[in-house]
Design a protein around this ligand. Sequence first.
Ligand code: C2O
Ligand code: CU
Length: 440
Amino acid sequence: IHANATVPAAGPANADTATQTLLSVTELSGPKEGEADRRFELTAKKASVRLSSGKTVEAWTYDGQIPGPELRMRQGELIEVTLRNADIEAGATLHWHGLDVPNAEDGVAGATQDAVMPGESHTYRFVAEQVGTFWYHSHQHSKEAVEKGLFGALVVEPAEPAPPPPGEDIIVLTHNWDGAGTAVGSFDTLQRKAVKPGEQVKLRLINTDNWVRREYALTGASFRVTAVDGVDLNEPQELSDVKLVLTTGGRYDVAFTMPDRPVYLSVDDNRELGLLLSPDGRGEAPVVAQSSETFDLTHYGNAAPTPFDADSRFDREFKMILDNRFALYNGVPALYDTINGKVFPETPMFIVKEGELVKTTIINRSAVDHPMHLHGHHMLVLSRNGERVTGSPWWSDTLDVSPGEVYEVAFLANNPGLWMDHCHNLVHAAAGMTMHLMYE
Ligand code: C2O
Ligand code: CU
């Protein structure tokens, strides 16, 4: 790529980044030619939407619904998505959270494209390479856009030969709506569903909140966590009475066999909320056992070969220190969230060359969690607080780093372009905790 083939920074409508120059993205786009295997059209528009309780949310939506339409595709398919903006004055884009698409398709206003303004449209084309659970959201004024509803679930199913259809494949997308509280999909009341005993059930947990970690508990069946952030885990063991804590932007796939009694997925211990599966689709949510143990990926599942590991020789090593400090920026005194002491756009830019193996040490010196999200790449978690990951390889795109924690992660620089790396607590991202990864 031509790092010096610059074009002027996008206009003031693009508020997510403030770079002075952009890479030439012409060679970094998805396939320009060829008939798409699957096409979607999404229209960004305002709508007032009713949740199951009858409460109404004044939302920014894709296609008038919250969450937006579920996008399902198969691995290897050429996907074409056209985004139209009807009336979102702030502009909109589509970012494929967790899908490592070519840079020009990444949907980051101000970095990979201009925001799509009312009356305009933009078409994305990419090949769905990874199987798993993802989501999409606008990446123009991300904090406000995601808070208000510009997001939906995205699932890539394995290519042919098609697997036998899973008995039940259920998206559990949890979001907190301003003024209306937490909902699973559009259900802010208990959602009931009939499932035949013996069926294989897959729950795809997605947390789209800007701020809050979600706590889930599954009562009535033992289960396996089969994937994290869209990547399968190797030989996951059965679990029971373990809380699943899911960071904002993160995903867990959970699988179990439906027993002949009700199974209840609780959300944040709220008995009015969650998913109740039972043979006849009726019944009351069973009482949730108070488990003290939280699901931990450091030693879950079994080791398997990876293209690199903690003993590899790294071409680059970076350090990301997450903190905050009271400061004055652009005349605004506030508590800013910092990376290596700096507030975006003064945060460091990590510069890599294609093909390099990169190790990053992430240190949280602040008093709050930071779910760190790297675009365009999956990070292999090497160690957590000095302890090596000994279970299944653990690949993450949104890694929750708690106060005081130190993670070592590594990724292969194999997707050239200009990429965002930011906290997916989007309030923090907007308050400075954002940086770029750039290929030279
Ligand atoms: Cu889910 Cu930079 O975003
Ligand atoms: Cu944060």
